[in-house]
Write a protein that binds this ligand. Structure first.
Ligand code: CTP
Ligand code: CA
Length: 236
């Protein structure tokens, strides 16, 4: 038998994916960051491109090793950003012409209220340092509020299960709060999720229904996500 032709089930679909982790400056040499590697988001972007989509990858501090094949793919355009504010602007711009929006980036929840113009020095402090943080806008919630008709919006949530509450319960509350079509919920901890090549996620609707559960490579998770998105697009 002949091998099946490569699937192009997303041909003609315009997609924007954020990946990586934002960094909020404290002073010219320091920042508040997080441990997101960006691998899952890059896998989502590359899988879409290989399935035929036109992809804008909004990359927050992704290095060449993580971007990998996405850098050379003819249907992937990469926009580099640093802070949550820059990510918000890039996503809002790209979302205006996108059929599907995926927020896989780890966005800093807070930024420093006043960034120091010069490097903070210990001799100016008295044995400690207090940073005043202010909350960043919720980009995903803003994208959901401003969505185009028919646009499909997907979020990710990395959770550490708490006392008396399962991962799914936390994920359901977040899915309801965000209002995205799909929320990919996965467990993270000190040693799982972030740096690893494998991932395990549940895909929840805004109503909290689990429409898919997938464990495997980040590419396998990405393909499962695109299968679900495609199902939503085809129902419209
Ligand atoms: N997100 C976003 N803008 C923010 C924070 C998060 O768009 N300022 C997006 C993330 O990219 C992700 C989803 O929201 O797709 C869930 O992120 P998460 O940090 O789990 O949610 P939060 O609403 O920030 O809740 P928490 O207090 O649990 O961090
Ligand atoms: Ca957060």
């Amino acid at each position: 038998a002949l091998a099946a032709a490569p699937s192009a089930d997303l041909a003609g679909v315009s997609v924007v994916v954020s990946a990586g982790g934002t960094r909020e400056p404290i002073d010219p040499v320091r920042f508040i960051g997080n441990r997101s590697s960006g691998r899952q988001g890059v896998a989502v972007a590359l899988a879409a491109a290989e399935r035929g989509a036109e992809v804008t990858l909004v990359a927050a501090h992704l290095d060449a090793g993580v971007l990998g094949d996405a850098q050379a793919h003819p249907r992937v355009r990469i926009a580099h950003v640093g802070t949550a504010g820059e990510l918000a602007e890039a996503m809002t711009d790209a979302a205006a012409a996108a059929d599907v929006v995926v927020m896989a980036a780890a966005v800093a929840d807070y930024r420093v209220a006043e960034v120091a113009p010069r490097k903070l020095a210990k001799e100016d402090a008295d044995g400690g340092l207090t940073l005043h943080l202010v909350q960043n806008d919720d980009i995903l919630a803003g994208l959901v509020r401003g969505r185009r008709p028919g646009q499909v919006i997907v979020g990710f949530a990395a959770e550490t299960p708490g006392e008396g509450e399962t991962l799914l319960e936390r994920g359901r509350r977040k899915a309801a709060r965000k209002g995205a079509d799909l929320l990919a919920v996965n467990e993270v901890g000190w040693s799982v999720g972030f740096e690893s090549t494998d991932n395990a996620v549940s895909l929840l609707t805004a109503d909290g229904d689990v429409v898919a559960e997938v464990a495997g490579s980040k590419r396998a998770v990405a393909d499962a996500l695109w299968d679900e998105v495609n199902g939503i697009l085809n129902k419209q």
